[in-house]
Design a protein around this ligand. Sequence first.
Ligand code: NPW
Ligand code: ADP
Length: 295
Amino acid sequence: MSDEMPTDLEVVPNPPPLPDRPDDGHKGLFGRVLVVGGSDAMLGAPVLAGTAALRTGSGLVQLALPRAMVPFALSITPELTSLPLGENPNRTMLAEAANKADVLVVGPGMGTARLARLRLWRLLTVDKPAVLDADALNLIAASGEWPATTSLRAVLTPHPGEMARLMPLIGGSDPAGGPPRVPTDDAGRLRVAVAAARAFKQVVLLKGKRTVIADGRRVYVNTTGDSSLSKGGTGDVLAGIIGSLIGQGMERFEAASLGAWIHGRAGEIAGKKLGPRSVLARDVVEAIGEVLRAM
Ligand SMILES: NC(=O)C1=CN([C@@H]2O[C@H](COP(=O)(O)OP(=O)(O)OC[C@H]3O[C@@H](n4cnc5c(N)ncnc54)[C@H](OP(=O)(O)O)[C@@H]3O)[C@@H](O)[C@H]2O)[C@@H](O)CC1
Ligand SMILES: Nc1ncnc2c1ncn2[C@@H]1O[C@H](COP(=O)(O)OP(=O)(O)O)[C@@H](O)[C@H]1O
């Protein structure tokens, strides 16, 4: 990975507007999102992602998650539908659901066990746009190389810890010989996001204060958001928002940029109501409506 700052980038100053929502539309027009995630220890992550997608305007959101969790997940958000996953890899049913969807959100709370890996590898062969988050990224990092055969057109949404795990795949290392680390300054974060986008040929969103979105040619640095978002589950909310915008027809870089902006504003609004310390990820989901109404 080069230490040079790329000089051939278009810096996008503002996120794009929301896509149109025709008055005579129906749920089939506004995107079918499939969220694949959840594991014994983590139910909240896929539910937060799916609920955020519904709040952002998706017509239909289905959660593919372990069978035992389905009743609990649906009792939190009954507007979600489910694909119960059993102990076998269930890869055919999963691939069928993925093929019916307009966009996939893969990884929130999925864990890194064998079944999760098998399911992810099956999904990587589906020709769909996707948001790859959390454990989807950890599984790819653990495999040691970017899956060159993937047909997914993805937005990767690593936090700096996940990005550090991916860095060996783009030739990133710590000069001192320790584990790779993501720089904390703006220029360094931008360099890493652009290098990853170019190496993987995907859209990369590097989370944190001043989230960076890069597609290899363009870069957008988000300015919304504060410490109201510094709590478990808010990244899952972001994955759902971006998936929803892609499902509503937005191009991936634009969806990731606008999604980061909406997510940050929703965090700020929730923080004003409750105080930044007390905001939960679900409060960020609840604030999405206020953000969208004002746009
Ligand atoms: N309710 C639920 O169901 C929830 C489920 N969740 C699910 O949990 C799973 C594991 O995801 P996870 O992010 O919690 O663990 P992991 O990837 O090991 O990250 C921690 C490591 O990364 C680093 N690090 C993190 N952020 C950083 C930053 N901004 N800046 C810098 N470093 C940062 C951090 O480093 P440290 O600060 O400790 O030095 C640490 O090493 C995943 O499936 C997710 O979806 C969660 O979404 C929560 C709610
Ligand atoms: N101080 C902050 N300012 C702006 N955004 C923040 C801040 N703290 C966290 N965030 C945002 O909150 C989200 C946290 O995501 P992540 O670390 O993946 O959480 P989780 O995995 O628990 O859902 C990211 O979008 C990140 O950019």
